[in-house]
Design a protein around this ligand. Structure first.
Ligand code: ADP
Ligand code: ADP
Length: 229
């Protein structure tokens, strides 16, 4: 069952075409890793899938919802698709717990106690249950990124997008974030991941998409990709 469908997707920034005729589908539960040189459109591609960027032609359908210009449509997509960025993008003036509960309380209208119960479960799941009352600036980069993962999961998304989630981290913190992502992968989440962590890709990916100059230049099952270099 296809949960993400991209058909002939094109995107321009002014005169510059960042995505060229992107065609791909992602099945429910699939893990897709996107690789390619800097500037090849990887980030733009996944940002287009949750409508952080707008495509100008072609179709993107996520869990049956077609991305259109309609604002209500954007809200629907954002609550289906969680995203984790290179820079953790936490709200600096909110505690870890309040970072996590903000969106579910506002968008899903959960009570504070209900949201905090889920928040604590998620902090346990990413391995930092004791950090709930801290502010982001009091945490290490690896801890902040795990909060960002928990925050995205709190909205109970159907798909998780990751844009170089470990690229801003000191080397010793990369593994703790990859561990949280592994756990998520084994739980059956549908994931699209831009990363340079090839060992992680080899372990977790079902499929590799390689981009260059805005196009998908190769798309293959992970085992084929890694066995035929
Ligand atoms: P990657 O993630 O593969 O490094 P990006 O998707 O970030 O590539 O960028 C693809 C191309 O689009 C790059 O040439 C980049 O400079 C350009 N680009 C990205 N965002 C914008 C923007 N907001 N305005 C203009 N050009 C952009
Ligand atoms: P990433 O590859 O992780 O997206 P970038 O440094 O390429 O990081 O982009 C960071 C931000 O700057 C993004 O919001 C992107 O859209 C914007 N950006 C990237 N390239 C350009 C560009 N050439 N002109 C304007 N904005 C850009």
């Amino acid at each position: 069952e296809d949960i993400i469908v991209c058909r002939n997707v094109n995107k321009w920034f002014g005169n510059f075409q960042a995505l060229k005729d992107i065609n791909t589908t992602v099945k429910r539960g699939e893990k897709v890793v996107i690789v390619g040189p800097s500037g090849s459109g990887k980030s733009t591609f996944i940002r287009t899938i949750n409508r952080l960027e707008e495509h100008q032609s072609g179709d993107i359908i996520v869990d049956g919802i077609e991305l259109t210009k309609d604002v209500r449509n954007i809200d629907a997509i954002r609550s289906e698709v969680g995203m984790v960025f290179q820079q953790f993008n936490l709200f600096p003036h909110l505690t870890v717990m309040n970072n996590i509960t903000l969106a579910p309380m506002k968008v899903r209208r959960w009570s504070r106690s209900q949201a905090e119960e889920v928040g604590l479960e998620l902090l346990n799941r990413v391995g930092i249950p004791e950090q709930a009352d801290k502010y982001p600036s009091e945490l290490s980069g690896g801890q902040q990124q795990r909060v960002a993962i928990a925050r995205a999961l709190a909205m109970q998304p159907k798909v998780m997008l990751f844009d170089e989630p470990t690229s801003a981290l000191d080397p010793e913190m990369i593994n703790e974030v990859l561990d949280a992502m592994r756990e998520l992968a084994y739980s059956g989440m549908t994931m699209m991941i831009v990363t340079h962590e090839i060992g992680f890709a080899r372990e977790v990916a079902d499929r590799i998409i390689m981009m260059d100059e805005g196009r998908i230049v190769e798309e293959s099952p992970a085992n084929e990709f890694f066995d035929n270099p």
